[in-house]
Write a protein that binds this ligand. Structure first.
Ligand SMILES: [Zn+2]
Length: 132
């Protein structure tokens, strides 16, 4: 999937996540005090409000928690149909992404998936997911 969709602009806060994707490593923040995994990137733990968060590596494996199949593109840049899914990573955190590499009608809740790093341009690599 290398369509011409609008791409994210990394910030100082999210850059470690995007740098990891470029390097083939899925990263998530972890609170130093309560150990909660935190995503999307933010300056404060939403569980205990501690402001010291580290980056830790995820195994990139998980399952489809919820999904929808998009048939009407939000912009012409998106090739339809495509699957938008909430992925539950094995470490217990969630990521909104796409499921690729299979018929959209084959996607189901609980489907086992793994990250598929997809280069979109010279700087952005998206963490999409494919069936295992
Ligand atoms: Zn915390």
């Amino acid at each position: 999937m290398t369509d011409s969709r609008p791409l994210p602009t990394p910030t100082e806060l999210s850059a470690p996540f995007w740098d990891g994707c470029r390097q083939g490593v899925l990263r998530v923040q972890q609170c130093r005090r309560c150990q909660a995994l935190v995503f999307v990137p933010r300056p404060m733990c939403p569980t205990c409000q501690h402001t010291s968060l580290d980056w830790t590596d995820s195994g990139g494996k998980g399952s489809v928690y919820s999904f929808t199949v998009v048939h009407r593109p939000p912009r012409p840049a998106f090739a339809v149909p495509f699957v938008v899914a909430i992925i539950e990573l094995d470490e217990g955190w969630y990521l909104l992404s796409n499921v690729i590499g299979c018929d959209p009608d084959a996607v189901h809740i609980g489907m086992t998936v793994e990250v598929a790093f997809t280069d979109m341009d010279e700087t952005i690599t998206l963490p999409l997911f494919r069936p295992v």
